[in-house]
Write a protein that binds this ligand. Sequence first.
Ligand code: ADP
Length: 861
Amino acid sequence: MTRHAPDSSLDPPPKAHPRRLFWAWWKRQSPAHQDRFATFAPLLSVLLFLAAIITAFWYLRNEEFEREQESVKRDTEIAQQQIRLRLIENQEQLVRMAREVATHAIDLDEFLGQAVSFARERPEVVSLSWIDADQSVKARHTSPNYPGDLMHWADPVSAASAPESPAVPAASAPVALRGEPAWAFAAARDLRQPVYSRPYEGSGALSVFQVHVPLIDRSAFSGTLVAEYSVESLLRYFVPAEVTRRHAISLLDSNDRVLASSVSREPANGAHSSNGIVQDVALAPSGNGLVVRGQGWRTSIGLIGNTLFWMVVALSALTVWMLLGTWRHMRRRSQMQSTLVTETNFRRAMENSMLTGMRAMDLEGRISYVNPAFCAMTGFAEDELIGRLPPFPHWPPDRMEENTRLLQQELQGRSPAGGIEVKIMRKDGTLFDARMYVSPLIDAKGHQTGWMTSMTNITEAKRIRDQLSASHERFTTVLEGLEAAVSVLSVAQGELLFANRSYRLWFGADSQGHARLAGADEALAARRDADESVDSFGGLPAQELTEASSDAHEVFIESLQKWFDVRARYVQWTDGRLAQMLIATDITARRRAEEQASHQAEKAQVTSRLVTMGEMASSVAHELNQPLTAITNYCNGMVSRVKSDAIEKDDLIAALEKTARQAHRAGQIIHRIRAFVKRSEPQRQTAKARDIVEDAVDLAGIELKRRNVHIHTYIAQRLPDLQVDPILIEQVLLNLLKNAAEAIDHAKLPPSRRHIELRVVPRHTPEEGGVIEFSVRDNGPGVKEEMMARLYEAFFSTKADGLGIGLSLCRSIVESHRGRIRAENLYNGPVISGCSFAFTLPVELPVPATETHGVTLTETS
Ligand code: ADP
């Protein structure tokens, strides 16, 4: 770096090329500035051009004007000189003639001869006259073309006849000259030299003027020679034609009145207009006030100049206007361009970020464009695809024919709108499924230039679809194979949305079967009755209905003679509609089995009662024996006392009453046993727990007494009524009491511990609600843990003579009353001190929580 510094200082300074400088400056400007310069520079140059044109026009006009002025001046002077020269020449000739006349060198005739030749050679002279000193015309010659005579400038003094020929000696009658001629005559007489009159109007409205040349003979004035000039002829004959061609030449009198002019009309802009070129020259030395005026003939200079000038101005204005227009147009274009750039960038970004592959082809099928997604999908680079003609590299080799056919279809515009499914081969040879959509590629002019193909990879979608259809197939197979009828009914429309094979088999394809199965469903029934337009579930969120647990009920379909277990639940159907789904399982067989079972259970109950009674037979016999023995004793006693007449009437009555009471007691025992054993249909009725307990304890009492077991009964007060079959509940209690007594007996307990406790209390549990609990406790050996689970099995017994159906029946009776039965051991520390069997029966009314007000009912032994 340090080494470069001295080297660079040796380099010649870079040449400041103006173009390079300009570009350097231009690049330093911001784009906005560049735009402004690009806009205003042409405007400025147009204005400068306009200014230059104006200056040039102004200069050229001035130049032209000066040259024209010069030329007018020169031509006017030429005209003046020509006329003047002629006048002087004529004057000399006249002076010579006057001398000859005055000296009488020529006589009258010779004068006339000279006059004729004089006039003939001079067309400007209209007449030549010889006037005496007394103003009488001695001789006169008039140009044949001149209509006038002396009469127009002199009044005849006497009645002299006018001369008839143009050149005749006059009658010498004196005339009185008037006007200009009179003045000129007097001046010539007085000055004794030729005098020119001022122009005046001659005969025939011709402008004329005269020259009077005095006739002096030895200093005596003897008259004048008068030559009359036509002003117009002077102009016509003595101004050169090239002068009159160039400019307008006129002769004016002292009053600026035009007497004769080379043009019939004044130039348009007038002699006195500011820009007209006018040159006046006096026709001296005549001094008669005649003026030669030259006038710029070509007045068009200004006109043409002006026209050009205004055209340039107008064109410049047009250019400026167009520039401004272009500028505005450019601004619009640049705005459009920036919008277009934004749009293009947006589209490019969109195109690059999208996952759909895009491919454009021309009408021959040559690939003209692929987007990055297409390249990413196929694995081919852009330049490997663009410009390719079919067969394309992404066509699988084994599907060439198919792809060619599809491409032909594509190029003919016959591709289906829903797209076509094709196999695409990646560069690495792997295949994938793609869906292609084809649409025509239209250019800005509306012509089709090719085809645009979009492609999506549907391998995953296809796999999912296949899986879905497989799973759907499985699902349908399962549903179709189900023994149960499955049906879905839309709640709002009552339309059958789905029905499986079993349903169709049993109910056909209509919704009637669904309705019959759902018969117990009140909601649906209500809906069916309601007005069709009212959706009874309208206010219910489908979510809550569908989340509600399915409810089950059993329906008997008469026409099919079948029982169905119907489970209904609300579901949201695939289209979001609320629908009811029913699964109806044919339970006819189970139902029959159940019926049979219950039939048999009933029989078993009766049998069980009989068995119980059979077991209790000796106890019953013993029990009956007592009143019968008592009756016998009473009867025997009464007989012997009646025989011996040793009885009083009152005593007899008392003895008979006692006998009757004993008989009644025996009858009661038999009645109770009969009622218990009598086979009857289970009948639910309102019953009081106290009554059931009393009856059961009475029945059991016989057995207990036999086994020497005491019972201690506790019944809570104000117990609600039960809805039960009292005989069956009695049977349960009797069984439990019998088992307890047997257990005590089996344990061979001492008399002090041989007692059972029966408690009847109200209870309220969260699972069961309000119930009445019956519990039987004993001090027996309890139940072994491993036996606990098997207690309720039918024919399970630990007793040598036991049938093992007692507890099994108990449970089915309790459960048929929606109650529960349970057994538990009682402990005294770690030792089992007894056993408790308890069952519950539900009650409708809330059970008072008090159980302290119970009373001990009985204590029997
Ligand atoms: P069975 O009395 O004919 O044996 P159960 O069904 O009434 O039939 O009783 C089944 C079994 O339950 C009895 O064999 C006995 O082992 C047991 N068991 C019943 N009650 C009691 C009890 N209070 N104490 C101990 N074991 C009992």
